[in-house]
Design a binder for this molecule. Structure first.
Ligand SMILES: [Zn+2]
Length: 150
């Protein structure tokens, strides 16, 4: 599985999860679609201004590996909706997100939160884990209020 993410200045917000895809090809095509939307001027990039970082769609929008939970998302299973567990560390005005795993079952995703929280601890910042429901193989909205928050 692949995730499409947009890295955001840690001083502005956590990185955005823009989708989870069953193949690298589908993720690459969603990436191109996302970049084209703002490059073409068809829409205004809500993340154009970031603290201490010059936004660059080509380098900030990336396809990265996504760990599929072997317990509730066995190989070849493609549920329409996934629950993604992410760990966060927050401190000194920074918010750092670490993608942990994708799940097919909400109960299983909840059980993974403690581990994701432990793994995301950096620099002694307070850490926590959040869930994000996402549709497989679909480009998700990049609005701040569509991303998980406390
Ligand atoms: Zn699971």
């Amino acid at each position: 599985m692949k995730a499409l993410i947009r890295t955001i200045s840690e001083y502005t917000d956590a990185d955005l999860l823009l989708g989870v895809f069953s193949s690298a090809k589908a993720a690459a095509s969603a990436r191109a679609e996302y970049i084209a939307r703002y490059k073409s001027g068809a829409a205004k990039d809500p993340w154009a201004r970031q603290a201490y970082h010059a936004a660059n769609l080509r380098t900030d929008v990336m396809v990265v590996p996504m760990r599929a939970c072997p317990a509730c998302l066995p190989r070849g299973r493609k549920p329409e909706r996934l629950i993604v567990v992410s760990g966060y560390a927050e401190g000194f005005g920074q918010r750092i997100r670490t993608l942990d795993s994708a799940h097919g079952s909400p109960a299983c995703a909840k059980k993974s939160k403690a581990k994701a929280k432990r793994k995301s601890q950096v620099k002694g910042f307070p850490a926590y884990a959040l869930l994000q429901e996402i549709q497989l193989d679909r480009l998700a909205c990049d609005a701040a209020d569509e991303q998980p928050c406390l």
